[in-house]
Design a protein around this ligand. Structure first.
Ligand code: CA
Length: 411
């Protein structure tokens, strides 16, 4: 594909991508757009030009505060919208070429939460991450609990505190039990951490009682985002027994504003790791269900340069999205359009590919050196954490942009 629109070589938002998001300008309300190069294409303007005429849906779909209504049209429509835009951006005679109001520079818009998230679930599906945490907190000889290779372990998170990239976060306060103490204190967390994750957005609802097979699972997935599951390790350590994560996790999660469709990720399919022991029949799958997505985490101290602290990849996931969704619905739990299912921290095998400060600094024992000479065990006030992600194969590049947020002092 060759577009007439100017897209720089290293842009995440190539003609192969066409991710959907919600934007506003200083003079407009929220609208649906797609990202191309360093611009946003306003789909309400494209609608007015009559380019979606054959699809018979109303313009209000593109004047919405969230993508949920658009996604609810179903893949048969949303895939066509995407290919119509690709065709127009490649067609030298497209009406878009002379429509100046259709394009706005990304630097001139504000991006918003792309979907209204009804329910949010977080998995724990990277074997390297689960092993590292097991070694640190339990038994190096038996790092993985007996269920881990049989169940895509997860927990129900909190949708209310999911925010779009760029919204800053106050350091949470909570109960912590300090070393050599027997009673807890209530104070700002001293161990705020990021978790390098990706999330997928449900594109088709089910009814209570329905289950989704691994074979059909991708029909229910609209697209993917970058996700930072902010965590407070000291609060987590004290509160997590016996029911799992709670206030250490629900104070904030950050997501990237552009939703990259599964269709855009098609060229980057890759085989997942071998699963032994054999999984139960409802978790078996055929074909390539993992995706080769390069991931990177940077820390930028206040008014200082960035340091890349981790290079990981989504392909490392032990449990793939289809298995996660099949397991999630195996008991008849229903899903709705806009629900967000996150991967869990994505760590690779090498030390520089770990997806959290907990692992990178090995619970604070080995501080990370930053480019400005400072050291970090965990995230300090005014640090900005930036996660980026992209796929590349031959000449095809599809990226996610970034998700970033700064940690501010406690309120
Ligand atoms: Ca997590």
């Amino acid at each position: 594909m060759k577009t007439w629109f100017k897209v720089s070589e290293n842009s995440d938002f190539t003609i192969y991508n066409i991710p959907f998001g919600i934007f506003s300008t200083p003079t407009s309300k929220k609208k649906v757009g797609i990202a191309i190069g360093d611009a946003v294409l306003d789909l309400s303007v494209v609608y007015d030009l009559g380019l979606f005429k054959q699809l018979s849906f109303s313009k209000t779909i593109f004047e919405s505060d969230f993508l949920n209504d658009f996604i609810s049209l179903g893949k048969s429509i949303t895939k066509k919208v995407r290919t119509i835009i690709q065709d127009e951006l490649c067609n030298e005679n497209s009406v878009l070429k002379s429509s100046k109001e259709a394009f706005v520079l990304q630097k001139d818009v504000e991006m918003h939460l792309p979907v209204k998230v009804g329910d949010y679930t977080d998995f724990y599906s990277s074997i390297e991450h689960a092993t590292n945490v097991g070694v640190m907190f339990r038994d190096p000889e038996n790092a993985l609990l007996p269920n881990w290779k049989h169940i895509p372990v997860g927990y129900h998170g909190r949708a209310s505190s999911i925010m779009v990239s760029g919204k800053n976060i106050h350091r949470p306060k909570g109960q912590v039990l300090k070393l050599n103490e027997t009673l807890p204190v209530f104070e700002p967390s001293a161990r705020v951490d990021f978790e390098l994750e990706m999330g997928f957005i449900i594109g088709k609802q089910t009814e209570v009682g329905d289950s989704i097979s691994t074979e059909k699972a991708e029909d229910y997935i609209f697209g993917k985002v970058l996700f930072n599951d902010w965590s407070a390790r000291d609060i987590q350590k004290w509160e997590y027994v016996p029911l799992g994560p709670f206030l250490a996790k629900n104070f904030a999660s950050s997501i990237s504003p552009w939703v990259v469709t599964l269709e855009a990720l098609e060229p980057f399919r890759i085989a997942g790791p071998e699963q032994t022991p054999k999984v139960l029949p409802y978790l078996e799958y055929n074909g390539l269900k993992n995706f080769d997505i390069n991931l990177e985490v940077s820390i930028s101290p206040n008014n200082s340069e960035e340091t890349v602290v981790s290079n990981s990849n989504f392909k490392y996931m032990y449990w793939n999205m289809s298995q996660q969704l099949a397991h999630h619905t195996s008991n008849g739990c229903n899903v709705n359009v806009g629900d967000l299912l996150a991967s869990g921290t994505i760590s690779g095998k090498s030390k520089d590919s770990y997806g959290s400060m907990l692992e990178l600094s090995w619970a604070g024992k080995n501080p990370i050196k930053l480019n400005n000479g400072e050291e970090r065990k965990f995230i300090e006030d005014y640090d900005t954490v930036i996660i980026r992600g992209y796929c590349k194969k031959d000449d095809i590049r599809v990226g996610f942009g970034e998700v970033k947020a700064q940690i501010l002092p406690s309120k």
